[in-house]
Design a protein around this ligand. Structure first.
Ligand SMILES: Nc1ncnc2c1ncn2[C@@H]1O[C@H](COP(=O)(O)OP(=O)(O)OP(=O)(O)O)[C@@H](O)[C@H]1O
Length: 361
């Protein structure tokens, strides 16, 4: 197998009828995960990179060569960009080996060498013994492994993965994720995913897209530990209240005020800020209950329970203020029973200021 060709990507794209206006860079050898809610514009971004969609404005530059631009258009097959979708999309009439050899063959490699290369890639992704099977004789996970081999055998300069594990049984995802982790090393990759584990285990950097815009980006660990957007907080399993920094607190919707500790950068008065805290740091009280004697200052948020989710030896209580963000608290099953928690019940979430991080956004 050849050493991977590594390229750097710069992409900007405005697609008016989809409400998308995004910019994304990937350094040579870097894996960037694109996260965001449904309809955010993630697949649109990949389509622009792959040359399947021409944006109203923007450019795609790979290795310094303009592939999409006001005066440039390189067709998809000539970009040396591989796109791996949710479904393997293998040629149904070809064997696994022939599917993988197809890319090298169409780039002029001899039949013999193309088959050798295909065999090596099938071995690499753990399905060497299935080389002679046709796609309808493969499981979903096996077919997706063949699709990974096919994408890599074409020696792409950029690999685009559009939720590569979404269509697979959850049981087979960890093993494929490990394979991807190995074969994506040192390649330039843009990975669209809903799964925080993909971001953690596969990506160097995360870009969060919401409503057609990039709302935050940074190293994966930083974005998950110190999220700025509601979406990033949710996938990181944290509560986030966004608002304005006023009188030493984040003033959010519905008159909510959350005090906390600044972990470095102090928010500026009148500027946007966020307060972030763990569900396990939240105590839940009945609406009429008295607060416990205050040790350290506590934030008190009146919420209505929306859902209860079993979580091992805990119950996660999802609740929201009238127009505010959905928040979560983890309580013991006994506490949930004592409080008689049901959706629709008005309760109070309480969290110590020392358990809350506040920072500018
Ligand atoms: N082929 C299309 N034609 C017109 N509009 C589209 C098309 N595909 C998507 N859109 C719209 O463009 C916007 C962005 O969609 P896109 O598929 O890029 O989002 P996404 O983040 O990939 O979502 P998901 O996670 O649901 O796949 C949405 O408003 C969507 O309805």
């Amino acid at each position: 197998m050849n050493a991977p060709t590594v390229s750097d990507l710069q992409l900007t794209a405005r697609v008016d009828d989809r409400g998308v206006d995004v910019a994304l860079d990937a350094a040579a050898g870097e894996t960037v995960a694109v996260l965001g809610p449904n309809g955010a514009g993630k697949s649109t971004l990949l389509s622009v990179a792959a040359g399947l969609l021409r944006p109203d404005a923007g450019r795609v530059v790979l290795d310094g060569t303009e592939l999409t631009g006001p005066d440039a258009w390189v067709p998809p097959h000539a970009r040396r960009i591989a796109l791996l979708a949710q479904d393997a999309l293998l040629f149904p009439h070809l064997s696994a080996l022939e599917n993988v050899a197809f890319g090298p063959r169409s780039r002029g490699v001899s039949r013999h060498v193309a088959r050798e290369r295909a065999r090596a890639w099938l071995d690499e992704v753990g399905v060497g013994e299935l080389a002679g099977r046709r796609p309808d004789q493969l499981s979903g996970g096996q077919a997706q492994r063949v699709a990974v081999a096919r994408a890599l055998a074409a020696d792409p300069r950029l690999l685009l993965l559009d939720e590569p594990m979404a269509a697979l049984d959850v049981a087979v995802r960890p093993a494929l994720r490990q394979t991807l982790r190995r074969v994506l090393t040192d390649r330039t990759v843009v990975l669209v995913t809903h799964d925080v584990l993909d971001a953690l285990l596969l990506a160097d950097r995360v870009v969060v897209v919401d409503d057609g815009r990039v709302v935050e980006e940074g190293p994966t660990q930083t974005v998950l530990a110190r999220p700025r957007s509601a979406f990033a907080a949710r996938i990181a399993g944290l509560n986030a209240v966004r608002g304005t920094w006023r009188d030493g607190a984040v003033a959010g919707p519905d008159g909510i005020e959350v005090r906390g500790l600044s972990d470095g950068e102090q928010p500026t008065a009148g500027a946007p800020a966020v307060a972030v805290f763990r569900p396990s740091a939240v105590s839940v009280y009945g609406d009429g209950d008295h607060e416990p004697p205050a040790g350290s200052p506590r934030n008190v948020i009146a919420v209505t329970v929306t859902d209860l989710e079993p979580l091992g030896d805990r119950v996660r209580v999802h609740a929201a203020p009238p127009s505010g963000p959905s928040l979560a608290a983890d309580v013991t099953p006994l506490a949930a029973a004592e409080l008689d928690l049901v959706p629709g019940l008005h309760v109070v979430f309480s969290v110590k200021a020392t358990e809350v991080s506040v920072y500018p956004v």
